[in-house]
Design a protein around this ligand. Structure first.
Ligand code: SAM
Ligand code: SF4
Ligand code: SF4
Length: 354
């Protein structure tokens, strides 16, 4: 992998086998979480005796920053910290401060975003902002306290997440996006109350189709509420008009309330795959590079880092991995039988991040 044939110019943009650039790097900073969302980390799998990674298995902040620096030299402009629950990683502000020092080849700082369940946000929003975080996305699947507590399965109250969302806004971490995963029969009756609650606020609500990530959530196609249905249900009450995409590779289709009440987004990972413009790579908590959310295996960058590779060698390795990338799982999902889908090993969302 480190042959000179693979060597990239230090500011070389990468293109994969389908000519997609690498722009967005999602970094999982912990595999642990204080929630047990029923569709992500069900207690039946992630119970008391579940073996999470040991501390020395995690990438250190310095190792993460090295990977991000090399990625930035090759086209990455946006970093997203995720997990597990990223705010559980001790001293996360220190990592953010290191990442905030990085620059693109033309001298711009990277955008540093964070996806969180919001449980610690009220406490941490100000220090995250001071460290250099650009903005946050908060996951929230229901406003109904009873249902929310049942979905996170640790009886965490919805009010504290709403406080966190407000604190993030007040700290200047906006525009804050709120992500709702919709699972039919579980929380789809919360689509309208959520839309009504966030309409006319500074917060952009985005609906995410429930996906077949990992192997522990027992996913079935019938549990997916297609984005088209979500838009229709909301539009019947509060008329919507489509808005054009803002950035290449943007995952959410945007809709605005015609009366000026702001916008919503829908992320149609199942019914309208966006693999053709997918420019995202993911680094797992212990340093494996995944070229797709649905990949079976990652490439072990930690072994390279701890084996003493220099930055050019690391760039070569990452370039070779990205150059060979041919993933487009969401586009081929429909052609797989349930048996084939189930037989395919996939990593858990809590391990690789969203
Ligand atoms: N713990 C943080 C949080 O919940 O925001 C970050 C990690 S979590 C794995 C990232 C996102 O993935 C969350 O918005 C979560 O709702 C979403 N997610 C988890 N499992 C999912 C699934 N099966 N389908 C769609 N989204 C899922
Ligand atoms: Fe934790 Fe986020 Fe998964 Fe919920 S979705 S269990 S908060 S990692
Ligand atoms: Fe990207 Fe893979 Fe998702 Fe397609 S399925 S959009 S390639 S992460």
């Amino acid at each position: 992998m480190t042959s000179t044939a693979m060597r990239l110019p230090s500011t070389g943009r990468l293109a994969d086998a389908r000519d997609r650039p690498l722009r967005d790097l999602r970094i999982s900073v912990t595999d642990r979480c204080n929630f047990r969302c029923v569709y992500c980390m069900p207690k039946s799998v992630f119970g008391r005796d579940y073996a999470f990674l040991d501390r020395d298995e995690l990438l250190s902040f310095e190792e993460i920053t090295r990977i991000a620096r090399v990625a930035a030299a090759h086209g990455v402009e946006k970093l997203r910290l995720t997990g597990g629950e990223p705010l559980l990683r001790r001293g996360l502000e220190g990592l953010i401060a290191q990442l905030a020092e990085l620059r693109t080849p033309d001298g711009r700082p990277l955008e540093i975003a964070l996806t969180t369940n919001g449980s610690a946000l009220a406490m941490k929003a100000a220090s995250l902002k001071a460290a250099g975080l650009t903005r946050v996305t908060v996951s929230l699947d229901s406003l109904d306290d009873e249902l929310f507590q049942a979905m996170n399965d640790v009886r965490f109250p919805v009010g504290r997440v709403l406080d966190g969302i407000q604190a993030a806004h007040d700290a200047g971490l906006g525009p804050v996006k709120v992500n709702m995963v919709v699972k039919r029969g579980l929380n789809d009756h919360e689509i309208l109350p959520m839309a009504e609650h966030f309409r006319g606020t500074p917060f952009t609500l985005r609906f995410i189709e429930y996906m077949d990530v990992g192997t522990s959530n027992g996913w079935e196609l019938g549990e997916v509420v297609p984005s088209a249905e979500i838009v229709e249900r909301i539009g019947e009450r509060m008329p919507l008009a489509a808005v054009g995409a803002t950035a290449p590779g943007e995952t959410a289709a945007r809709w605005r309330y015609v009366d000026g009440g702001g916008e919503i987004g829908v992320i149609s990972s199942v019914t309208q795959a966006f693999c053709g413009s997918c420019n995202r790579a993911r680094i797992s908590t212990e340093g494996r590079l995944f070229t797709c959310l649905f990949a079976s295996e990652g490439h072990d960058l930690r072994a390279l880092l701890r084996g003493g590779i220099d930055d050019d060698g690391l760039a070569d390795a990452m370039g070779a991995i990205w150059g060979a990338r041919d993933d487009r799982y969401s586009e081929v999902r429909a052609t797989l039988t349930p048996e084939l889908r189930a037989a395919r090993p996939k990593v858990e969302m809590s391990y690789i991040g969203g």
